[in-house]
Design a protein around this ligand. Structure first.
Ligand code: SF4
Length: 388
């Protein structure tokens, strides 16, 4: 057994009884929480446990079950309808040139807001003996150039099994990039070993999308593990989930994004929390997310500003959301406000632009009158408000 496997097995907290022992039976009502535990198992690694300072703090909320998980209102079990887009076991093929490949059913710590809680933690739901049909599917679809290994957490697999996956994927000529979606650096930094880093170098380009939700997760040990991955040539991104009671605060998000950059991780996405059954108490409003993006854009390096997206319920994919900066677009000018709210005008070019270049297809004349009508309506509104 390697050291990280030992830490995971011997030092993680994996039962409600142990939680009660550590934090007190008065704050962990074992009987009341049993149904939540049955619904989605509990495991908190030492690295995650260390980050909890008090009951109900952002780290506690991410890992300790609550009876609110049982209060299902709009929650959906498979909120992104991943199973509907699964042509063979363990593969979700939703976008044109990439697939999600579920390679591991388990995680080091279990996050209470997990979108995939219907599968994660149950080895039968992501069968490891069904890799072959996934390889065959990828092989027979030349349009797939990007494979995103996910789970569960792929980094819970041994180096040997990961290498087997890399070898099989690299044997498919049209697979250009491999991505690993993993929260291991936050949960179990011990898993990032020199051996793994040496092995992965043979299969580049390999990217890793990490997952951090709070600046407190970036402990010195975690930052060191991220540095090892970066030194091994793995470009690092971060996916963050906007969670009530964890990071629904512009200052917390700004600190998180800045500290990620310092740890050589490029913030990639902030997701609205999915409408997943059991995780509804983590959801906040879209307005809160837009407020956070507005507090980042312009106020800190552009590199620290991720895309803010909703993963469409029902399987429509990710849709970016942006605060309103543009007030008006006409053929003559664009009126917008900058990050401080100051108003500016950009003059449109006077050189005639071919229709195809400005996004209006020449052979679609019906589009033009609609645009012209919209602009005319805007001009009228503007004249009216000016004379009011
Ligand atoms: S690490 Fe990811 S897959 Fe695992 S429980 Fe947390 S959110 Fe779910």
């Amino acid at each position: 057994m390697s050291e990280w496997q030992r830490v995971l097995k011997e030092e993680s907290l994996a039962s409600l009884e142990r939680l009660a022992e550590r934090f007190g039976a008065d704050v962990i009502d074992v009987e009341a929480l049993k149904p939540a535990f049955d619904n989605f198992q509990v495991r908190i690694t030492p690295a995650a446990l260390e980050q909890i300072r008090e009951v109900g703090d952002p780290m506690w909320n991410q890992y300790v079950p609550t009876v609110q998980e049982l209060d299902i209102r709009d929650g959906i079990i498979d909120s992104l309808e991943e199973d509907a887009d699964s042509p063979v076991p363990n593969i979700t093929h939703r976008y044109p040139d990439r697939v999600l490949f579920l390679v591991s059913p388990v995680c080091a710590s279990y996050c209470r807001f997990c979108t995939r809680r219907r599968k994660v933690g149950d080895p039968e739901k992501i069968p490891l003996n069904q890799y072959d049909s996934a390889f065959a599917y990828i092989r027979s679809h030349p349009e797939i150039r990007d494979v995103i290994m996910s789970g569960g957490d792929p980094m819970m697999l041994s180096d040997r099994r990961l290498e087997y996956l890399f070898q099989n994927l690299r044997a498919i000529p049209h697979v250009e990039i491999i991505r690993i979606g993993s929260r291991i650096t936050s949960h179990l930094p011990e898993r990032i070993t020199p051996e793994f880093c040496e092995m992965v170098k043979r299969y580049h380009p390999v990217y890793m999308n990490t997952h951090f939700n709070h600046p407190r997760e970036l402990t010195p040990k975690v930052v060191h593990a991220l540095g090892m991955l970066a030194d091994a040539g793995i470009p690092l991104g971060c996916q963050t989930v906007l969670l009530r009671g964890v990071n629904d605060d512009p200052d917390v998000m700004k600190e998180l994004m800045q500290r990620l950059l310092k740890a050589r991780v490029r913030p990639y996405y902030i997701y609205m929390a999915d409408q997943v059954a059991g995780g509804e108490h983590f959801r906040t409003t879209v307005q809160k997310g837009l407020e956070i993006v507005k507090a980042l854009r312009g106020w800190t390096s552009g590199l620290a500003v991720p895309h803010f997206v909703i993963d469409s319920p029902g399987g429509g994919g990710k849709v970016p959301l942006l605060p309103e900066y543009v007030e008006e677009i006409t053929d003559d000018e664009v009126v917008f406000r900058n990050y401080e709210g100051k108003r500016f005008v950009y003059k449109q070019p006077h050189i005639p632009v071919p229709a195809a270049d400005c996004g209006v297809a020449a052979e679609a004349p019906d589009i033009v009158p609609i645009q012209v009508a919209q602009k005319a309506a805007k001009r009228t509104r503007r004249r009216k408000s000016a004379s009011a």
